[in-house]
Design a protein around this ligand. Sequence first.
Ligand code: COA
Length: 146
Amino acid sequence: MSNLLTIEDLAEQDIESVVALWTRCGLVRAWNDPRADIALARSGPNAAILVARLDGAIVGAVMVGHDGHRGWFYYLGIDPTMQGRGYGRLITEAGEHWLSARGVAKVMLMVRQDNAAVHAFYQSLGYFDQPRTVFAKWLDGRPPTP
Ligand SMILES: CC(C)(COP(=O)(O)OP(=O)(O)OC[C@H]1O[C@@H](n2cnc3c(N)ncnc32)[C@H](O)[C@@H]1OP(=O)(O)O)[C@@H](O)C(=O)NCCC(=O)NCCS
């Protein structure tokens, strides 16, 4: 074991492992199809999935992208058996670097209001709470989801 974490773009053969990881992390919602989300993120230059590996095994992943103004993180997760070792900080920093390298000045992300553990995680990384209401609309006519 080298304990060396590497973080690189997702490769085609990583997709099922990353979906399984996100599922173990509790990040997959019934109304989201993570495979379709990965395909859309990989279809253009404004988004990517970064994958963290330890001795070849996938231990974390994040979807990072920008909309021409702000950067966003989605699906940021570290394998539950590997949490608390600093890997969440490292993959977050890798996402920040990905955005900075593309001229994006600010990164945003959404955390459910009652998720105190994840609030504490981001606060320890220098993130601040911005009181806003998030409005959303499914463009295929679906009713609102929680
Ligand atoms: C949130 C998550 C990515 C953190 O990953 P991690 O590898 O455990 O985090 P790290 O070990 O890098 O911790 C980084 C810092 O956050 C703090 N932190 C992490 N989890 C914390 C918790 N539950 N409560 C308080 N602080 C916490 C650590 O103390 C550490 O602070 P320090 O560097 O000042 O000591 C991980 O718990 C996870 O995958 N959770 C499930 C998925 C999820 O909810 N993702 C967020 C989507 S918005």
